[in-house]
Write a protein that binds this ligand. Structure first.
Ligand SMILES: Nc1ncnc2c1ncn2[C@@H]1O[C@H](COP(=O)(O)OP(=O)(O)OP(=O)(O)O)[C@@H](O)[C@H]1O
Ligand SMILES: [Mg+2]
Length: 460
């Protein structure tokens, strides 16, 4: 089934609410009108009954025998409203007017004071009963008023409401449909604009109406979402482009080396030399592919960290063992100052080893022969701080904000010479953040750099 549009649903709700209001209003108006009429008729009947009571009181006191005649004379003045009957406590008629006899209004069930409606020979009547006592006897005065005119007026009102309601409902539906169309027009505009945006024009944004309402918030929220999508899309595109570029260089080198060697090598030694070059490139490429795979898996959320209890001191000592070998090969002094204390954190020892090795590798790589690299571990305010200090080339203020970006290298030629592709620090930052930690850097070009990794310690 085709879903019903918001516009139609709004209109339907609008009409339903209007219909309910109209019904409520009609019923309430009719009831109020009827009660009001009955109240004023009752008041007039009350006046009549009081008049009759006064006459009866007077006559019964002076000449009780003339009671009927006096009542007839009293009633004759009121030709049109000649509805009166009086009877005593035994149910004997004292007086019954002509119209009361004609319409044969029954004696009420209740003998006490009351007002009620009866239907007598097709004539709706409002009847009032008023008991009175005089000379030790009890009488009941019953007066009545015809209600046909009033009820006709109420009927006319009822019909008017019933006939007008459909017209009103049709008008309201058309008006409601038009109004909801107007209210939803900006949403349609946003939808159309959003449909235009795709991967080719991700920089495009929706117009934000300055209305201060939900629509302004909706457009702003969608625009912020587009900002985030564009940033990740660009990151991914850049990553793919950089990765392909990085892979192309070693492949081209291996191809050229092979071609040249095939063309010019004459001795086994020549071939061995070419093979060595190719092997070095292959090692570099494998390391690159491994790093790329790790980052891609991290992005996809597949690469998950283990959550073991790890002694950071042990982990750092392991990384330093590898570091010493690297430093020795480059004739650097390697200093290690790691607390004998155990410092426990929750995390993945392999990933942490990798993080420390990235920083030691950088310190060694970017420190010229004769310099020194020192690693230390301290504890402060619920965290442990692993510090990697070198006396190397340092990082300029311009490069500093970018060094953690993927494939960023301050000096591409020099970095490549050391086998770097610019992914080490991206991986290091990912590992630190996955452990709820952070990395900070201080560096003076020409003097050296300090990288500090902060990791939250386990509480107990
Ligand atoms: N200790 C350091 N001293 C000076 N420059 C550094 C240091 N560490 C990092 N850098 C600079 O930051 C850049 C990025 O470092 P990163 O470790 O991400 O990449 P890389 O070392 O070039 O390659 P690899 O992916 O092999 O680690 C380096 O190219 C270098 O310019
Ligand atoms: Mg590196």
């Amino acid at each position: 089934m085709k879903p019903i549009s918001i516009r139609l649903r709004l209109t339907a709700w609008y009409v339903a609410v209007l219909l309910a209001s109209l019904t409520l209003f009609g019923v309430a108006a009719l009831l109020t009108k009827k009660k009001g009429i009955e109240k004023s008729v009752d008041e007039s009947l009350e006046g009549q009954a009081a008049g009759v009571e006064e006459v009866m009181g007077r006559v019964l006191e002076k000449e009780p025998a003339r009671l009927q005649d006096e009542l007839r004379e009293h009633q004759e003045l009121r030709e049109q409203a000649d509805f009166l009957q009086v009877y005593d406590q035994d149910g004997h008629w004292i007086y019954r007017s002509r119209l009361m006899t004609h319409y044969d209004v029954p004696v009420p069930v209740k003998a006490s004071y009351s007002a009620y409606n009866v239907m007598s020979v097709d004539l709706p009547l409002r009847v009032l009963v008023r008991p009175m006592s005089a000379g030790g006897a009890t009488y009941r005065i019953q007066v009545a008023a015809p209600m046909d005119d009033f009820y006709d007026a109420i009927d006319r009102f009822k019909w008017m409401v019933l006939l007008l309601s459909p017209v009103l409902l049709v008008l309201a539906s058309v008006g409601g449909y038009w109004l909801s169309g107007r209210a939803l027009a900006p949403v349609d505009k946003i939808t159309r604009a959003a449909q235009q945006i795709n991967s080719n024009n991700l920089a495009k944004r929706l117009d934000v109406p300055r209305s201060g309402d939900e629509l302004q918030r909706l457009s702003q929220t969608l625009n912020h979402m587009l900002d985030r999508l564009e940033a990740s899309f660009n990151r991914i595109t850049q990553f793919t482009a950089d990765a392909s570029h990085e892979l192309r260089t070693p492949l081209a080198l291996m191809r050229t080396t092979t071609e040249v060697s095939l063309r010019t090598s004459q001795t086994i030694a020549d071939y061995r030399e070419a093979q060595k070059e190719i092997l070095a490139e292959l090692e570099r490429t494998s390391s690159l592919v491994e790093k790329l795979l790790l980052l891609a898996r991290a992005d996809a959320g597949v690469e998950t960290m283990r959550r073991d209890v790890v002694n950071v001191a042990d982990c750092l000592r392991d990384a330093c063992e590898d570091g010493k070998v690297l430093a020795e090969a480059k004739h650097l002094t390697f200093l290690e100052d790691i607390d004998a204390k155990k410092l426990f954190i929750e995390g993945d020892s392999h990933a942490l080893h990798r993080l420390f090795l990235v920083l030691i590798d950088n310190a060694v790589k970017y420190t010229p022969t004769g310099g020194s690299v020192s690693v230390s571990l301290t504890q402060s305010h619920g965290s442990c701080i692993a510090e990697f200090r070198d006396t190397g080339i340092g990082i300029s203020a311009d490069d500093m904000p970018q060094i953690f970006e993927r494939f960023y290298r301050a000096d591409k030629a020099r970095s490549r010479e050391f086998g770097g592709v610019g992914l080490g620090l991206s991986i290091a930052r990912w590992v630190a953040e996955a452990h709820k930690g952070s990395i900070e850097v201080q560096s003076t070009p020409g003097t050296g750099s300090v990288f500090r990794v902060h990791l939250p310690l386990l509480e107990s």
